[in-house]
Write a new protein. Sequence first.
Length: 119
Amino acid sequence: MKNPFASRKEEKMSKNKDFLTTFMQDELQPYIRKEVDKRVLEILSKEFKFKMSRDEDEDEDEDEDENEDGRTCRDMSCIAPKCGERSRGPRFSYLCVKHSDTPRKKIEKWQERRRESRA
């Protein structure tokens, strides 16, 4: 035997589905579009302001360039006078491979000159 309440249940479910689809189309979609538009505009305006501020700050020191992330870059050149080689970083006192055997007193003089030139 067929359940007489099954057809009523199916009718209610189809009405609920119809209600949900109309509610989604009429009420929620415009709201969602507005919210998405707002967020996209916020993101774009932040990016645009960031790029504009970078263009204005171009006259800053050449040593402190910025990455894409907005972080400042270190000057990784060797501290030895007239040496254009890339250093091995702060762990090796900003010396290149060629100058890594230099006596400590000379290195300290070079570091002092570098500090004075930046001040």
